[in-house]
Write a protein that binds this ligand. Sequence first.
Ligand code: SAM
Length: 336
Amino acid sequence: MNAQERYAAAPDAGGRGRHRDEAHRRDDERPADHVPVMLERCLDALAPRVDDWVVDCTFGAGGHTRALLARGARVLAIDQDPSALPYVAALNADLHTAGVAEPSERFRFAQGNFSDLARHVAEHDIDAVHGVLLDLGVSSMQLDQAERGFAFRHEGPLDMRMAGAGESAADVVNTWTMEALAAALHRYGEERHSRRIARAIEEARDEAPITTTARLVEVVTSAYPGGPRRDHPARRTFQALRIVVNDELGALERGLGAAADALDERGRLVVLSYHSLEDRIVKHTLRDRADLEPLTKRPVEASESEIAANPRARSAKMRTALKRASAGTTRHGVTS
Ligand SMILES: C[S@@+](CC[C@H](N)C(=O)[O-])C[C@H]1O[C@@H](n2cnc3c(N)ncnc32)[C@H](O)[C@@H]1O
């Protein structure tokens, strides 16, 4: 058994820690133990050969990365959130324990935004990228730490910044105009009651700035019409704010473009999205770039048994594309 095979047998490819998506969890569900979503399907879609470089743009707790390494691929992992760092350290320690010679030849990590994928790849001297994976959304580290302010179920400061910089969710709710807030809730939360909620936020902040998740939940809940509902009333507001604060859709558009540009001929792009706004961008990009050949006409969804075991998988949609040979242009005529 060589070092790589020993590593493949040793680490827990399912990942460590827990990871859950509050945005897709109903009130009756307990947080699931961390299980990377559609793991086998992602691996089969990426189809890495031994020693191929795959860029895992969303390292999180490292579940997908570990499974890729176990298949013999080499991985450049990216994450903008420092909460991923302990998982990077744990993976490096496991590679070391497994006796992998030159672990940095198999696994590297770049802290930053996946929209800067080209720079990360260049800085790590990787000359051919055979696969790119994006598993969008938030990780358990982000949701479970109340002080990050992502979760409407935990009381904490209203922050939500994955990379810890820029405008926080509190800045947005306390300084944006009512119209801008309503537009954001409508657009990024697909919230039907966006104006009503935005007005309630405006009234509440006139009394005192809204600085905690709990106060925002209270304001949104009080503005929400009664009657039966499937979701927590604050779910869509929190989703919208998270998207705005982290420019998630802008980063996704830039990241998909950078991924397509970086891929070697016949390389694979695999994207897991968790709501319709993300999936629409993925679908259009894969369809509209002439250098990509979509391999999934319809998005692939998790099996019933996976959803039963891991509720986060319920809303996941996986799309895959192949980088065409000798491509270099988009359908809109831009030569790369
Ligand atoms: C759903 S988790 C990924 C989980 C991972 N696949 C696993 O198995 O543990 C998404 C991760 O992507 C990161 N992320 C989201 N948007 C990002 C961006 N634009 N650039 C870099 N990382 C991002 C988040 O910080 C989070 O850790």
